[in-house]
Design a protein around this ligand. Structure first.
Ligand SMILES: [Zn+2]
Ligand SMILES: [Zn+2]
Length: 256
């Protein structure tokens, strides 16, 4: 599998960091993990085949994670060559995405769901841990994160047992750490360096405590607020955990 970082940033606009979005190319299709307002443009900028994207995961309803969903559906309607597409676009999400999309759709008759192909939404409640299949050969399960009532982390396992965990936004949680255990790639938020102003995000020491418990093969730290601009994140991380830590940056590609 190949992961492409579309957005390593947050809700704060930044010259080099778009807000959240990750493209995952698997053997059997492509998925998008979170869809900020920046994500559709970033997919185009990375020359990704966004028109044939198979599935989308939305972790929670903050707009730096889902604000691009309605514009993406709107843009798909007018994409050149979209008439040929027949296979469905599946949206898997936390609770509330369908309500949000329907409200936008009805506010101006955007026809977001009137596509040439089916758009299927499946929502998961926090605490509803039944596994599901995102695309053929890619199994998924979720766990609630202490961030918002609806927020979920996701664990993806392909047919070769390669595993990616994407926590999205989270406060410190040993459940999230256990859920991440042994991942080949752990995509973990690390919003702040130290003295975090809010309990529902992580600062570096907490992120690295999660890494110590989870022991992923590779750790990708993302959701980086502008205060990280002045800090060598990877060097600071190394002091707290000896494993491989990578600071996310837009355009980074990782093989898993
Ligand atoms: Zn966020
Ligand atoms: Zn958030």
């Amino acid at each position: 599998m190949q992961l492409v970082v579309l957005g390593s940033g947050t809700s704060v606009f930044h010259p080099r960091r778009a807000s959240a979005g990750f493209w995952l190319q698997t053997e059997s299709g492509s998925i998008l993990l979170d869809c900020s307002a920046d994500a559709p443009h970033r997919m185009a900028a990375e020359n990704l085949n966004w028109m044939n994207l198979d599935a989308i995961w939305i972790s929670h309803l903050h707009l730096d994670h889902c604000g691009g969903l309605a514009p993406f559906l709107f843009g798909l309607r007018h994409a050149p060559g979209i008439e040929q597409r027949t296979r469905p676009l599946k949206i898997f999400s936390c609770e509330g995405v369908e309500k949000l999309l329907r409200a936008i759709d009805e506010s101006h008759n955007y026809k977001l769901f009137q596509q040439r192909f089916p758009v299927e939404i499946q929502e998961f409640l926090a605490g509803d841990e039944k596994p599901f299949e995102m695309i053929p050969g890619l199994k998924a399960e979720t766990v609630p994160t202490p961030h918002r009532r609806e927020s979920l982390a996701i664990r993806l396992i392909n047919s070769n047992r390669k595993t990616i965990v994407y926590t999205s936004d989270t406060g410190y949680s040993e459940d999230v750490a256990e859920f991440s255990r042994g991942a080949d790639l752990l995509i973990l938020e690390c919003s702040f360096y130290r003295d975090k102003p809010i309990a529902t995000h992580l600062e570096l020491a907490e992120a690295m405590r999660i890494a110590q418990i989870a022991e992923p093969r590779k750790l990708l730290l993302t959701h980086l607020y502008p205060e990280w601009d002045a800090v060598d994140l990877e060097a600071e991380a190394k002091k707290l955990w000896s494993g491989e830590t990578i600071a996310a940056r837009d355009g980074l590609r990782l093989e898993v």
